[in-house]
Design a protein around this ligand. Sequence first.
Ligand SMILES: [Zn+2]
Length: 282
Amino acid sequence: MSSAGGIAAALERATSMGAEVWQCFVQSPRVWKAAVHEREALDSVAAASGPGGTPLFVHVSYLVNLASPDAEVAKRSSTSLAHQVEVATAAGASGIVLHPGSHRRSGLEKGLGAIADGVARVLDSLGSGCSLLLENTAGGGDTIGESIEQLGDLVRLCGDDPRIGICLDTQHLWAAGVDYSTMDGMEDFVGMLQHRLGGAKVGLVHLNDSKVPLGARSDRHENLGQGSVGLAALSVFMGHPYLAGAPAVLEVPGVDRAGPDRSDLELARTIVAEGKRMWAGG
Ligand SMILES: [Zn+2]
């Protein structure tokens, strides 16, 4: 959901299209400036997103880079993340999705350490039942989190804290070269998740097709069935029993680039149902 018009308006759009779970930003994703939220709006969103409601996932804005070697950027990132965690907690979020960051030529080891430190600083301000979900990235440049090994290293550096989980983005995985188009390929991938993530759970899936081919290392989302992944591969992914309990949200451009609508949601449900049928052997 776009957060245009405020977080309560975004919730309204999500529920009116029949969503069972939703995701939004709590400020414009490409600027540092924090948005102002009325206490009443946050309270009403928290009431609607709580038990029996429509769970909310908050995506942290894109400028936040805990791994930045630039002291100024690192400080801004830390302050901004703390603020966004505070707003997400007030809005009753079930999870907060964070791109690990980019080490900008300062080296992977250093970057991983800086991210773990940054994550540790906000963990105690998470609301109860809220987790911090590290998202896999499409790779390219010095971004961290393109492999499950790197995400697993991060989880370990964060002391295997139970509040830390993983968000898997189907487009990013595809662009990072993970071929889950066959059931064998998906089994291999799930085996790697089980081996590398320790106790960390997949708390959310970002269900998207890809504008770029397998292994292209570029973050370019496409509408379901209109990209290089295709509906069948997305079904193989979504139907795997390992992901059966994980909620999923769409981050597709939508028709006219207006974001996902009811028809995208229906297609997503068909993808999941078809995938479950495949894995059940039917
Ligand atoms: Zn994503």
